[in-house]
Design a protein around this ligand. Structure first.
Ligand code: URA
Length: 214
């Protein structure tokens, strides 16, 4: 737990995560490789994010005898992707948790106010009853993540987590101010935002690198 920039920040220091992230950062990494690595890292993130899910004992029969076996209690979790780059993270998490529900939030930045404006929202009907993991690869200014979390709270969600590949102190501070209750999981905290709101050293535009656009 690294609480310098956010009271509930966890940085995933696992060597596999860090190694894969380094390849993702490389300029020469291809779209296909980047996408596969995003999926692999997200699967590992999902492992960490779900570490404390509640367990109940359920009766089962093995081929040899009955037993009370551990099983995840309660409703399946929901992954909410912030469009469009969040989809690159959601797909890896779904590899590990295939029965999770999936929601989408679309936000664009109003050029006049620089604030996020919602253009799309689709959530499971009973989202308020689920653990919700909001995903966006880059926590840059923090405004989109903050708006998405606010929207989910307005929908009644009170069990939220936010997951990203890279964060910067600026974005973490915005989340810490607006949503200090929401645990944040990141693979690395980079140096800073530049004047174009890119994370430095970063990995470039995550959406473009995932989808091969420019
Ligand atoms: N979004 C990205 O895709 N990259 C950044 O560096 C910042 C925001």
């Amino acid at each position: 737990m690294d609480q310098t920039f956010h009271p509930r920040l966890t940085v995933l220091t696992h060597p596999l995560v860090q190694h894969k992230l380094t390849i993702m950062r490389r300029r020469e990494t291809s779209t296909g490789e980047f996408r596969s690595l995003a999926r692999e890292v997200s699967l590992l993130m999902a492992y960490e994010l779900t570490r404390d899910l509640p367990i109940e004992r359920v009766p089962i029969d093995t081929p040899l005898e009955p037993m009370m076996a551990p099983s995840i209690a309660g409703k399946k979790l929901c992954i909410v992707s912030i469009l469009r780059a969040g989809d690159g993270i959601a797909s890896g998490m779904l590899d590990l948790v295939p029965s999770a529900r999936v929601g989408h939030v679309g936000l664009y930045r109003d050029p006049a106010t620089q604030r996020p404006v919602e253009y799309y929202l689709k959530l499971p009907e009973d989202v308020a009853e689920r653990l919700v993991i909001v995903v966006d690869p880059m926590l840059a200014t923090g405004h989109s993540a903050s708006a998405a979390l606010g929207r989910l709270k307005a929908a009644g969600c009170n069990n939220l987590r936010f997951a990203c590949l890279l964060a910067v102190p600026e974005g973490l501070s915005v989340l810490a101010a607006a949503h200090p209750d929401v645990p944040v999981f990141a693979c690395a905290v980079d140096r800073a935002l530049d004047e174009h709101a890119y994370i430095r050293p970063g990995l470039g535009d995550a959406g473009d690198r995932l989808f091969g656009t420019k």
